[in-house]
Structures are given as structure tokens and as C-alpha cells.
Design a protein around this ligand. Structure first.
Ligand SMILES: Nc1nc2c(ncn2[C@@H]2O[C@H](COP(=O)(O)OP(=O)(O)OP(=O)(O)O)[C@@H](O)[C@H]2O)c(=O)[nH]1
Ligand SMILES: [Mg+2]
Length: 343
């Protein structure tokens, strides 16, 4: 899935340390008091933090320079300057950070909340109060603050799909992807149209985005190599859940249920772990179902089994908004559960 690698180059610089101060105590009855210059504050660091609420590196296409705050200089009466504030930059989970010059990997941000200091702030200089010795009780010099580290770094993001679309060939997975996202996958009325995975980003609004993967159709005996086999299932192994697409255009008896079960058997044979991922059921092509009462029976069947059920037409758009909200709700539910386990 090469084309989904996002890559940007940015400049990061830690804040400069504050200079140490040269000062002396001035008291009423001690015109020549001791040295009292305080230390400079430390410069702020530039820190990357991984967050799952970002999915792209788009922000960095516009803003390229990131410089943390300088430390404040020391003051008289041995007062130290304030440290500069760290500059926190949020990047999507899955971002690999490299030094632009050497190509060396600085860090691999794979977990929510993981941090990486990419440019340290400079140390503050010591004030003259620190340099008093028995032989020099009134030093007139102080240290300068050190410069912050600076460098160009490369951020690389391999998009990881949050949701995987599974189902038989021709169920309408690619059509659905094109409805939910701006992706333009190939769609056709013959099986095995999709040969390699397509990704798209579903955006409900600025903050609610999901990466959806559309993969080739599975068929019975895929594990024995039937159809396109099942190797491509590795592309959805890291998703949070699966949206199982079933074709409900003029069906008879238990056809959609049988299709659903057949796909799940193949998932199980590929990887029990994948088969255990949460699933929601998407009954597609309701525009081509003349007897809609069949739909409520299906809905009842799946809901009794504990599945959320959405009836849609990827062709006309019917039910799509509800599905979008449902996908987001499911995603949030799983994400919250996962982060509760982590902490
Ligand atoms: N009537 C109707 N046709 C649909 C709907 N969704 C998809 N189709 C049609 O079903 C056929 C298959 O659609 P695709 O999106 O290519 O199906 P797919 O599941 O991606 O198929 P593979 O890539 O081969 O696994 C196309 O002719 C679509 O136009 C729908 O909601 N209603
Ligand atoms: Mg397809």
C-alpha cells in the first residue's frame, strides 16, 4: 500500500537557554554586597506526541518550522529565569521520525500518548552568584545560555486502517468505500474487481476521521487458494473492527446469512484472531430488494446474535449517514475500551 505513505520534512529547534545574570546585592548598610546574579532558565524542548485523533500529516504541509520557547535570563537577588515552555506537536499514531540528514530513525511512534524529544532546549547559563570563590568574592562574569538543538526531521506515516470491509465479491464493498470516503476504487459488476486493497478516509467532521480499507472479495475455500486466496487479509489485521458487507438484493431464504457465515469461516481459517475482531453487519443493495419485510427478519436475526445491523444502498446513498455515525460510534467504543485497558 505504498501510495498511502505520507511524508513531510520539518525544521525543529529547541529554545535557547537564558543567560546567567551578573548582579550584586545592594543593601542599605552594605553598599558592596555579594554576587547575586541568578541562573538563566532552560530552553523548551520540541516534543512529538502520538495521538489517534490525527490521521494525516497534512498540517505539516503548511507549517514547517517549529521552535520552542527560550528560557528567560537570570535576574538579580539570585532569582532564576523561567524555563522556556516545551513545544508539543501532535502527530498520528504510526508516525516514524527520521533525521533528515542521516536518515537515522529517531523514534517510531506506535502507541497513543508516546513521546519523542526531537530537539532539546539549551541549558540556562549560571549567574555570577555561582562563581564566587574565596579568592574572587565578586565575580563579574556569568555564563551565556546554550543554544537549543536544531535539525530537519522527516515524518513518515503508514496509514493503518481502522475499519476493514469484508464480504463476498460483488457485495458492493468498493462502492461503499466510494460512498463513505473520497476514494475512487474500481467498481464493476463482476467478481474480483478489486485486486489489491484500497484505503479511504471517512470524515464526519474535522475531528472525526476513520481510515477504511476495502479489500478483494473472499470466497469459500479461499484458504485453499480459491478466488484470490486470502493472503490480502493481512491488510486488515491491524484494524479495530470489520464491517461485514452482505448483498441483500432480491435474496431467497437464508442466502445472506449463509454468505455471512461462509466469510466468517474463512476469516477463522486465516486467523482466529482476525475472526474475533468485532464486526458490524452492513446489508447492502436494499434498493434492489423488492420485499423489504425480509429486511426486518434479517435485522432481527443479526441483532439477536449481538451484531449491530445497518441496511444501506451504496448505490443510492440510502442509510449511508446512519452507517457513518454507526461506524464512528463503534470505533469510539473500541478505542475507549482499549485505552481503559492501557491505563
Ligand atoms: N443495486 C445496487 N447495486 C450495487 C450497490 N452497491 C454496489 N452495487 C453494484 O454491485 C456491483 C459490484 O460492486 P463493487 O463495489 O465492485 O463490489 P465489490 O464487493 O467491491 O466486489 P469485488 O471487488 O469484486 O470483491 C457493481 O455493479 C455495483 O454497481 C447497491 O447498493 N445497489
Ligand atoms: Mg471491490
Amino acid at each position: 500500500m505504498e501510495k498511502f505513505v505520507d511524508r513531510v520534512k520539518i525544521f525543529v529547534k529547541g529554545g535557547k537557554g537564558g543567560d546567567g545574570a551578573v548582579a550584586f546585592l545592594r543593601e542599605k548598610y552594605r553598599p558592596k554586597g555579594g554576587p547575586a546574579g541568578g541562573d538563566g532558565g532552560k530552553g523548551g524542548d520540541v516534543i512529538l506526541v502520538a495521538t489517534s485523533s490525527k490521521h494525516t500529516l497534512l498540517d505539516f504541509k503548511y507549517k514547517k518550522h517549529y521552535i520552542a520557547q527560550n528560557g528567560e535570563p537570570g535576574k538579580g537577588k539570585k532569582m532564576h529565569g523561567k524555563d522556556g515552555e516545551d513545544l508539543i506537536i501532535y502527530v498520528p499514531v504510526g508516525t516514524v521520525v527520521k533525521d533528515a540528514q542521516t536518515g537515522e530513525v529517531i523514534c517510531d511512534l506506535v502507541k497513543e500518548g508516546q513521546k519523542c524529544i526531537v530537539a532539546k532546549g539549551g541549558k540556562g547559563g549560571r549567574g555570577n552568584a555561582r562563581f564566587a570563590t574565596p579568592t574572587n568574592q565578586a565575580p563579574t562574569y556569568a555564563e551565556k545560555g546554550q543554544k537549543g538543538e536544531e535539525r530537519w526531521i522527516i515524518l513518515e506515516l503508514k496509514l493503518i486502517a481502522d475499519v476493514g470491509l469484508v464480504g463476498f465479491p460483488n457485495a458492493g464493498k468498493s462502492t461503499l468505500l466510494s460512498r463513505l470516503t473520497r476514494a475512487k476504487p474500481k467498481i464493476a459488476d463482476y467478481p474480483f474487481t478489486t485486486l489489491s486493497p484500497n484505503l479511504g478516509v471517512m470524515e464526519l467532521d474535522w475531528e472525526r476521521r476513520l481510515v477504511i480499507a476495502d479489500i478483494p472479495g473472499l470466497i469459500e475455500d479461499a484458504h485453499k487458494g480459491a478466488g484470490l486466496g486470502h493472503e490480502f487479509l493481512r491488510h486488515i489485521e491491524r484494524t479495530k473492527f470489520l464491517a461485514h458487507v452482505i448483498d441483500v438484493s432480491d435474496f431467497r431464504e437464508r442466502e445472506p446469512v449463509q454468505a455471512f457465515e461462509a466469510i466468517n469461516r474463512e476469516l477463522e481459517l486465516y486467523s482466529p484472531k482476525l475472526a474475533q475482531k468485532p464486526q458490524i453487519v452492513v446489508a447492502n443493495k436494499i434498493d434492489a430488494l423488492s420485499d423489504r419485510s425480509l429486511l426486518s427478519e434479517l435485522e432481527k436475526y443479526f441483532k439477536e446474535k449481538g451484531y449491530e445491523f445497518y441496511a444501506v444502498s451504496a448505490l443510492t446513498g440510502e442509510g449511508i449517514e446512519e452507517l457513518k455515525e454507526g461506524l464512528w460510534k463503534k470505533y469510539e467504543e473500541i478505542r475507549d475500551k482499549e485505552s481503559a485497558q492501557v491505563t
